[in-house]
Design a protein. Structure first.
Length: 251
């Protein structure tokens, strides 16, 4: 199954947030999830005024976030994608880890199209969109604003992944976010696994409504508010019908 975790982090409380996210993730994995996605910057909160404010919560790719989720990925033989704040040689990135079913770091991605709240502290991503293989199809990762980036849309249309893992902190602007995501990815027939946060920071609200969507249709959706996890079964394409057997007409 695909699964998404939705969570409202307490800003700046990385360790306690990681513990709560691990509990939700373990429940989803025990429920059969094999591709699990968590939100953007899942354990830190989102709005920070400058690099100094967020740097204490930054980490290397194999830091606390990896050490929290790698054992779960290995135990349940699942792929886990989770957003975190990366420190690479002093530069900060809004990043996501891809941890494979052996508990190893499969890929690292850095958000390329930054939102206004990223610009206060993050550098634009400088890595290519990851491509990796799961037992359930090929997959890639985009983070939140990337879905508005023509480079990301071109990547999706060129590589045609089966799965897009989408950690996000989508600001609530009163629109139907699932309809918006579907429109941005129109023409692509894969599965979007979108994990969003909810709640408010500094009076800015986040949309919630994490979802698994296929071909633009919502398979399962979380609510606008509330921590939890939601799952949807893998959908296999039907096998093509066999070609009709043609026999020579009797003379």
């Amino acid at each position: 199954m695909y699964a998404v975790v939705q969570y409202k982090p307490r800003r700046g409380a990385r360790n306690s947030n990681l513990a709560a996210l691990a509990t939700l993730s373990a429940q989803a994995l025990q429920g059969g999830a094999k591709v699990l996605v968590l939100p953007e910057m899942a354990a830190t909160g989102y709005r920070f005024p400058n690099p100094e404010a967020i740097r204490p919560m930054s980490e290397a790719p194999k830091g606390p976030t990896f050490r929290t989720f790698a054992p779960l990925a290995r135990q349940y033989k699942a792929h886990v994608v989770v957003g975190f704040v990366e420190d690479y040689e002093g530069r900060l990135f809004n990043s996501a880890l891809v941890i494979n079913a052996e508990g190893r770091l499969e890929a690292l991605y850095r958000k390329r199209l930054l939102y206004i709240d990223d610009h206060t502290w993050a550098s634009p991503g400088d890595l290519p969109y990851p491509q990796f293989t799961t037992p359930y199809g090929t997959a890639t990762v985009g983070i939140c604003m990337d879905i508005n980036d023509p480079r990301f849309i071109t990547h999706i249309r060129r590589t045609r992944p089966d799965i897009v893992c989408f950690p996000t902190n989508w600001v609530d602007e009163g629109t139907d976010i699932q309809k918006y995501w579907a429109n941005q990815l129109r023409g692509w027939n894969g599965t979007l696994v979108a994990a969003d946060r909810w709640g408010e920071e500094d009076g800015v609200g986040f949309a919630g409504r994490s979802a698994v969507m296929r071909r633009g249709e919502t398979i399962v959706s979380g609510p606008a508010e509330g921590d939890g996890w939601w799952s949807a079964p893998f959908v296999k394409e039907p096998a093509p019908a066999p070609a009709p057997v043609r026999t020579p007409a009797a003379e």
